[in-house]
Design a protein around this ligand. Structure first.
Ligand SMILES: *[C@@H]1O[C@H](CO)[C@@H](O)[C@H](O)[C@H]1NC(C)=O
Ligand SMILES: *[C@@H]1O[C@H](CO)[C@@H](O)[C@H](O)[C@H]1NC(C)=O
Ligand SMILES: *[C@@H]1O[C@H](CO)[C@@H](O)[C@H](O)[C@H]1NC(C)=O
Length: 409
């Protein structure tokens, strides 16, 4: 028994290492294997003036076209379980330059709709100081299998403007919270403080501000949010992108991560020491929280600063400790971050959605070849990917951990 088990286990382990590179795996039609050994050495490695932290990388023997042609990139065999036998990626809509597909991707299961927001700081959107970014939504049930089987189905799904009332000013992050949607507003100028808005996901989309200060002081520009599934508290990030993007005054609080207990009204710091705290997501069992630091993007880019996903342990009392550098990301920066029910970590990066296993190894990508600031699972097997001027729909095998829901013990 024992030796038989050992032999077959060894066979499996050796087989697994060999198959990723010897072509004997069943690779789905929209997927391709990227062998990292193919670029451990390059004939010539260009200097930083030619290739910087935002340039997409084409490994030898590939081009941006070939990388986009089969967008599910398998870096490790583990990714096959995530994508399943027939993953698909479909372009649903695109704009000339207006970045209407930015962040705050949030799924409303009762109507099977995905909400998302326009980029609040982008000159091409005209948003920020003069005009607030808008919220829009699509119906996922309108995406039939025949749409999902096309690579380009641009225009086939209606995009609707969501007229929140009172208006959510410059929304950037969002999550599900107590059956409603919770948006992080970045504020506008000096007069409109960054705020947390609870929105009714059904018409008339009425909103209620539930937090807009810390002992009378404005936050900098609230960015992203996640609910601790063990205590129900709201954890959120407050970088200074409103300031670096010219629509908020200079910072008046540290760039840090906060927590808010709505039941008692208690607001307190959860973690500091960030250059730019950004995306945040609890692991499905609530024992860890992943927080991205996108310090690389200041007023100018500084490639010596983090583009990093950190992982903390979450204590019983909701405090965070044991900060660990979980993954450093290239190209671009890890912006929005979400987890699946098995604890794999997905980050919106400079070339699409990058996927890491729970020990921080890059196991695959959903490659769009440009900045994908955020994305969201819609339960099992479905994902919406936002790429600023492009809106994508993906089908795969993995199931997203629903925000605030506890999985396992
Ligand atoms: C997708 O189709 C639309 C409409 O047919 C077209 O305008 C657009 O260029 C196509 N995009 C890509 C990336 O092929
Ligand atoms: C994008 O969606 C809007 C709103 O539904 C529609 O008017 C437009 O034609 C679509 N554009 C493309 C290129 O898919
Ligand atoms: C929306 O309005 C209804 C009816 O007045 C109210 O019960 C609900 O609390 C409101 N929701 C929000 C998020 O403001």
């Amino acid at each position: 028994m024992y030796s038989l088990f050992l032999v077959s286990w060894l066979g499996l382990a050796v087989g697994a290492v060999a198959t990723l590179h010897d072509g004997s795996l069943n690779i789905p039609p929209q997927a391709q294997v990227i062998d990292q050994r193919s670029f451990n050495t390059l004939n010539s490695v260009p200097p930083p003036s030619q290739v910087d932290g935002f340039s997409p990388f084409s490994p030898p023997g590939t081009s941006q076209e070939s990388l986009k042609a089969r967008p599910f990139h398998i870096y490790d065999e583990e990714f096959l379980d995530i994508i399943g036998p027939n993953p698909t990626l479909t372009l649903l809509n695109h704009t000339q330059s207006d970045p209407i597909f930015h962040e705050a991707t949030v799924w409303y299961p009762a109507k099977d709709e995905m909400f998302f927001v326009q980029n609040a700081g982008a000159p091409a959107a005209g948003t920020g100081l003069e005009k607030s970014a808008i919220i829009q939504k699509i119906s996922l049930s309108a995406i039939t299998p025949s749409i999902a089987n096309q690579r380009n189905a641009s225009g086939s799904v209606k995009i609707e403007i969501v007229d929140s009332n009172p208006v959510v000013i410059n929304p950037n992050g969002a999550t599900n919270y107590k059956g409603q949607l919770l948006f992080m507003g970045e504020g506008q100028g000096e007069a409109i403080a960054p705020a947390m808005y609870l929105m009714n996901p059904e018409p008339p989309y009425n909103t209620t501000v539930i937090l807009d200060n810390f002992f009378g002081r404005q936050f900098n520009s609230l960015n992203d949010v996640s609910i601790n599934p063990r205590n129900g508290e709201i954890y959120f990030t407050d970088p200074t992108y409103g300031y670096t993007q010219d629509f908020r005054p200079p910072p008046a609080l540290p760039k840090q991560v906060w927590r808010f207990d709505e039941a008692t009204g208690v607001v307190r710091v959860a973690a500091d020491g960030f250059q730019m705290p950004n995306g945040i997501a609890f692991s499905p069992n609530g024992k860890h929280v992943y927080i991205t630091d996108t310090g690389i993007a200041q007023i100018d880019l500084d490639f010596s600063l983090p583009s990093t996903i950190y992982r903390y342990d979450v204590n019983e009392d909701g405090t965070l400790e044991n900060r660990k550098a979980f993954a450093y990301v290239t190209p671009g920066l890890p912006d929005g971050i979400h987890v699946d029910t098995k604890g794999n970590v997905y980050a919106g990066c400079g070339d699409g959605v990058q996927v890491f296993n729970p020990s921080g190894k890059l196991i695959g990508k959903i490659y769009v070849g440009s900045v994908s600031a955020n994305f969201q699972f819609a339960g099992e097997g479905r994902m919406v990917v936002l790429a600023e001027t492009e809106l994508y729909y993906a089908t795969l095998a993995a199931e997203g951990a629903f925000p605030g829901k506890l999985y396992g013990d």
